[in-house]
Design a protein around this ligand. Structure first.
Ligand SMILES: *Cc1c(COP(=O)(O)O)cnc(C)c1O
Length: 381
């Protein structure tokens, strides 16, 4: 039976423990499993390959993305790495020009030297995506909304191109979370998550995930998963299962607070520019309305007339927002992309896509919105 999102968030992949009746999935803190005779086992051999707590989480993640198969990794980057292992020297990857810094780093510093070519395009422009495809393009990898300037890519339109040209198509869905957007339904072959962010939701776990429908693709990815070993531990899998149980409630609160904070900042005299896809004059607003349930809790601002020193000064004034990398937790965070999350991207490259020295990114948490706005008011004063 096809349950709705909130029911899946609480139950998918999980049932009472058959031996004890424990309602919560146990933390199977074991590396190995007894076999009756060689090869005669209950589906679990060694925890690098499979573990029951992790399996419950993988099934839950798959259900939330309307996919058949899930794989949980020790980090979002380990998940990305696993997809890149499908490529061979000479292959090309078409990807966005406004990526998470760590994705840019693994592309250019790890895989480019191995002979894989990365072509960076503005993925909000479907024609630019089509024009950049060559006979060697083997993977399209995009983020939407992007980090940190919240550009939107039309997942379905690009999916049609990928299908027509037989190119593997992966979407990093970290910023939206499966509550707001489901790329597999829109034509993606693989959904990637930094589970560290909204899925975990409590800033206490680093984890990644891949979700897909195709059985052969799952088998190919599982081969590299097991061969290379970027597996998370069962304790972390338990924490994420627990976090996901409130994903729908948290996301509603993130979106509501995100809207209030964005509206407060829009006309603030210290704010030169604001990025939030809920504004009708945001260039991706229509695409966001079409493919997302709501506009999310991420808001980025450019401070008016502030140099690096003044931006640092303001970023250090917050009392409720915490100055830190990461996003998607219940607590509000403020981040300076140019020196923090995007520090690994060369200055000219990042400035071309708006990651300027006076840009601040807010991950709006689920505290009382009045307190968040008062904190912004005093920090910007
Ligand atoms: C954090 C993040 C990643 C990397 O995930 P980790 O869990 O930190 O390894 C990838 N993509 C996006 C959009 C992210 O925000």
């Amino acid at each position: 039976m096809a349950y709705k999102f909130a029911t899946k968030a609480i139950h998918a992949g999980q049932q009472a423990d058959p031996t004890t009746g424990a309602v919560m999935t146990p933390i199977y803190q074991t590396s190995t499993y007894q076999q009756k005779a060689p090869g005669d086992h209950k589906g679990f051999e060694y925890s690098r390959g499979t573990n029951p707590t992790r399996k419950a989480l993988e099934d839950c993640l798959a259900a939330l993305e309307n996919g058949q198969h899930g794989l949980a990794f020790s980090s979002g980057m380990a998940a990305t790495d696993c997809v890149l292992r499908l490529l061979k020297p000479g292959d090309e990857v078409l990807t966005g020009d406004d990526l998470y810094g760590g994705s840019y780093r693994i592309f250019t510093k790890v895989y480019e030297p191995l002979g894989i070519k990365f072509v960076f395009v503005n993925t909000s422009d479907v024609d630019a995506v089509r024009a950049a495809i060559t006979a060697n393009t083997k993977l399209i990898w995009l983020e939407t909304p992007t980090n940190p300037t919240l550009k939107l890519a039309d997942i379905e339109a690009i999916g049609k191109i990928a299908k027509e040209k037989h190119i593997l198509y992966a979407v990093d869905n970290t910023f939206a979370s499966p509550y707001l957007q489901n790329p597999l339904d829109l034509g993606a072959d693989i959904v990637m998550h930094s589970v560290t962010k909204y899925l975990g939701g409590h800033s206490d776990v680093v984890m990644g995930a891949l979700i897909m429908n195709d059985e052969q693709l799952y088998k190919n990815l599982w081969f590299y998963y097991n061969a290379c070993g970027g597996t998370p531990g069962p304790q972390d899998a338990f924490l994420v299962l627990r976090g996901i149980k409130t994903l729908h409630l948290r996301m509603k609160a993130h979106c509501e607070n995100g809207r209030k904070v964005a509206e407060f900042l829009k006309d603030h005299p210290k704010v030169e520019k604001i990025y939030w896809p809920g504004f009708t004059d945001h260039p991706g607003h229509e695409v966001a309305k079409k493919q997302m349930k709501d506009f999310g809790g991420m808001v980025s601002i450019v401070l008016k007339g502030a140099d690096l020193q003044e931006t640092f000064r303001i970023a250090s004034q917050f009392k409720v927002f915490t100055l830190a990398e990461s996003l998607g937790g219940v607590e509000s965070l403020i981040n300076h992309p140019a020196t923090m999350t995007h520090g690994s991207i060369p200055k000219e490259t990042r400035e071309k896509v708006g990651v300027v020295d006076n840009l601040l990114r807010l991950s709006v948490g689920i505290e009382d919105a009045d307190d968040l706005i008062a904190d912004l008011e005093q920090a910007l004063a």
